[in-house]
Unconditional design. Structure first.
Length: 152
C-alpha cells in the first residue's frame, strides 16, 4: 500500500536545491535549505472481516506492518478470533497520543456512526491495505476484492 502522494526518494547527497517534503507510509522527510528532519506518522484505523461485519479499532505507528500482523494472525486476540484483517478506514496523526485519543473516541461511538464514517470515505468497503494507491487517484481504478467465478 502506498499512500498518496507517492514517496519520492530523496536524492543523494542532499543539497539545498533538494528542499521539499517526501512522504512515505510511516514518516515524512522534510528537507529545507539547511536542515533535514523526519517526522513520524501515527495512525488510528478500523479493520473488519467483511463489509459491514465485525469492526476492530486500533492505533499504530506502522500501518502496513500492523495489517500484515492482522492478516497473518500473529497475535491471539480479537482480530484473530473474528478474522478482522481488512483495513477499511484510517486517519493520520503527528503524535502517538493523538492517535490513541482518536482510537478511544471511536471505541465509544455507536456502530451506526462507525459504519457511516467508513462508508463516507470507502463506500465499497475495499481493503485499503491491498490498494496500490489510497485514496484512488483520478483515472486510477481501485483494486476490487477477489470474487469467486460463478458456477456453471
Amino acid at each position: 500500500m502506498v499512500l498518496y502522494p507517492y514517496l519520492i526518494p530523496p536524492p543523494t547527497p542532499l543539497t539545498p536545491a533538494d528542499a521539499g517534503v517526501y512522504l512515505d507510509v510511516d514518516f515524512i522527510l522534510v528537507i529545507t535549505g539547511t536542515n533535514t528532519y523526519v517526522r513520524f506518522m501515527f495512525y488510528t484505523y478500523i479493520c473488519t472481516n467483511k463489509p459491514r461485519g465485525t469492526l476492530y479499532t486500533g492505533h499504530t505507528d506502522d500501518l502496513s506492518a500492523r495489517m500484515e500482523q492482522h492478516k497473518q494472525k500473529i497475535f491471539d486476540g480479537f482480530t484473530a478470533k473474528y478474522g478482522c484483517d481488512k483495513l477499511v478506514w484510517f486517519k493520520e496523526f503527528s503524535s502517538r497520543d493523538a492517535a490513541f485519543k482518536k482510537e478511544r473516541q471511536i471505541k465509544k461511538w455507536k456502530r451506526a456512526y462507525k459504519l457511516n464514517t467508513i462508508e463516507l470515505e470507502n463506500p465499497f468497503w475495499l481493503d485499503i491495505h491491498e490498494q496500490p494507491v489510497w485514496p484512488p487517484l483520478q483515472g486510477h481504478l481501485p483494486v476490487l476484492p477477489h470474487s469467486p467465478k460463478p458456477r456453471q
